[in-house]
Design a protein around this ligand. Structure first.
Ligand SMILES: Cc1ncc(COP(=O)(O)O)c(C=O)c1O
Length: 334
């Protein structure tokens, strides 16, 4: 069996046992609270993990791009949710082909999206489930409901997504429409959920690997983080500054608002304070030191974007490399 020491750097390492434990922990939480899990594959982009998530009890998976969903369908995943406004003939045709072979569902937040879907999915015997996307405060897509603006603004300010969705469900019920499925996203939110949630399924993505952002949010500890970037110290120009061979092309410059770009496992005195494309600038405090040639493991701020930067990931158990997997759904732009 190969060793981590045999790998060239930079390389992504995935602690397989940690990822499996994170899957099991979230599934147990969902089971305990009567929730369904529909994990978002954006974090790992691997059929390998998607299948494990479903085998653990997930009702299906969430993808953000049709190309990702196609990769997952090719790999045998059968229930896929695309929470995205799909527009344009080319994409609608691909969506229809996908709908022919997996249980597919999507979201829409406008008449334009809905009319494209309605014109494409005309077979009433095989309808496409469409969920209404709600902007519960993120300021991305989602209905803003001008007609209910005043009432909803009060609800949004008073509470958060839960109250917004409960209000929406009641409004639908008053109009004679039953809402059987309310799908919400996000690892931190899932852990805040309980039995009395109006949400019926969650789409956590990052929970499988975790990263510095999730640790900052209190979702886990650095020891729960399954994804690290293996890097080599290529220079130590001053006693308080070392350079890694992993810059923004490996760690990404997406900090999700955190200070610094990553944390070196086992070296608490080191912080990745700057990145250029091929260089990671490490600042050392408290007399901490690294050696030129030393290999370190960096927990990135946002593991999903890091996944998208690498062609392959190495599943590890301690120092052993169990398997190397191509990141099958990476780089899909449409
Ligand atoms: C639509 C949607 N659902 C779910 C998620 C998963 O969120 P997290 O990675 O915090 O678990 C995301 C994250 O980007 C998302 O965009």
């Amino acid at each position: 069996m190969a060793s981590i020491d045999d790998l060239d750097t930079p390389a992504i390492l995935i602690d397989a046992a940690r990822a499996e434990a994170n899957i099991a922990k979230a599934q147990a939480h969902a089971d305990r609270h009567g929730l369904k899990l529909r994990p978002h594959i954006k974090t790992h982009k691997l059929p390998y993990w998607a299948k494990k998530q479903v085998a653990a009890g997930a009702v299906g998976i969430t993808c953000q791009k049709i190309g990702e969903a196609e990769v997952m369908a090719d790999a045998g995943l059968e229930d896929i949710f695309l929470p995205y406004n799909i527009l344009g003939r080319a994409k609608l045709e691909r969506l229809k082909a996908l709908h022919g072979r997996v249980a597919l569902s999507v979201t829409a937040d406008s008449h334009e999206t809905l009319s494209g879907l309605a014109a494409t999915f005309t077979d009433t015997g095989h309808p496409l489930p469409v969920l209404v996307e709600c902007d519960t405060g993120m300021g991305r897509c989602g209905v803003q409901s001008p007609a209910e603006a005043v009432a909803l603004a009060k609800v949004i300010r008073a509470a958060e997504a839960e109250a917004w969705l409960r209000n929406a469900r009641e409004t639908l019920a008053a109009a004679g429409l039953e809402c059987r499925r309310i799908s919400s996203g996000g690892t931190p939110d899932m852990w805040r959920s309980g039995e009395d949630s109006v949400v019926t399924e969650y789409r956590p993505g990052t929970y499988i690997y975790l990263d510095r952002y999730q640790v900052a949010k209190g979702v886990g500890t650095l020891d729960d983080c399954a994804l690290t970037v293996l890097a080599t110290v290529v220079s130590h120009p001053t006693p308080s500054r070392a350079i890694l061979d992993s810059g923004s092309k490996a760690l990404s410059s997406d900090t999700l608002g955190l200070p610094d770009f990553g944390e070196l496992l086992g070296v608490p005195s080191a912080r990745v304070t700057g990145l250029s494309e091929e260089h990671g600038n490490v600042t050392l405090s408290d007399g901490g030191a690294l050696r030129i040639g030393e290999r370190v493991r960096v927990v990135p701020d946002h593991c999903c974007v890091v996944t998208n930067l690498f062609d392959q990931v190495h599943l590890i158990d301690g120092d052993k490399v169990l398997e190397t997997l191509p990141v099958a759904a990476r780089g899909k732009m449409a």
